[in-house]
Write a protein of this length. Structure first.
Length: 184
């Protein structure tokens, strides 16, 4: 009999995000995840006391990985505020985690604790975007509008399935960002 490879806590969390993206929070079930990972439920209990602990670990990973880690990567790239905003768009469009994020946001509509976590993350992300726009523009209303538009673009882009002809989605997104960065 082949010996099962031990799964890490991070692998359980990653499998949970895949399940969340595929079927919502109801798809995040210990037995299903164990089958997906090819291990017994005992492996789960080695890392987590219960499903609630896994859910907390998921939310912590999302908050850290999708916010603090992204900001650190963008800041490490360097450059002026415009360069960092462009880098933010590149980093977030390549991460491939938006499907899980959208499922998490859907979950937040039905769970007050998750909704509070999403609001906290949105506040941190918006504050970061706002701070970068403040380096570029003097008008507070303009800064807030540009920040909201950029964040809406980053979060909502995957909801839009319109075709853009020969220009293509990547080009249109790049142009949209450049419009937000353009001096009035």
């Amino acid at each position: 009999m082949a010996r099962q490879r031990k799964r890490t806590r991070d692998e359980w969390v990653a499998a949970s995000f895949a399940a969340l993206a595929e079927g919502g929070i109801d798809a995040v079930r210990v037995e299903r995840l164990a089958r997906t990972l090819g291990v017994t439920k005992g492996s789960f209990y080695w890392h987590f006391t219960d499903r609630a602990a896994l859910v907390t670990a998921m939310l912590d990973a999302w908050e850290t990985g999708g916010t603090r880690d992204v900001i650190a990567r963008v800041d490490a790239h360097g450059g002026d505020a415009g360069a960092r905003l462009r880098q933010l768009c590149r980093v977030t469009s390549r991460d491939g985690e938006l499907t899980a994020e959208l499922a998490l946001r859907d979950w937040a509509r039905r769970d007050a604790d998750v909704a509070m976590r999403v609001q906290r993350v949105d506040d941190v992300r918006m504050a970061y975007i706002r701070a970068l726009f403040e380096e570029l523009f003097p008008n507070a209303e303009d800064i807030e509008a540009r920040s909201m538009l950029l964040y809406s673009l980053l979060i909502g882009n995957d909801f839009i399935v319109a075709r853009h002809g020969r220009r293509g989605r990547a080009r249109v997104l790049k142009d949209a960002v450049e419009l937000l960065l353009a001096q009035a």
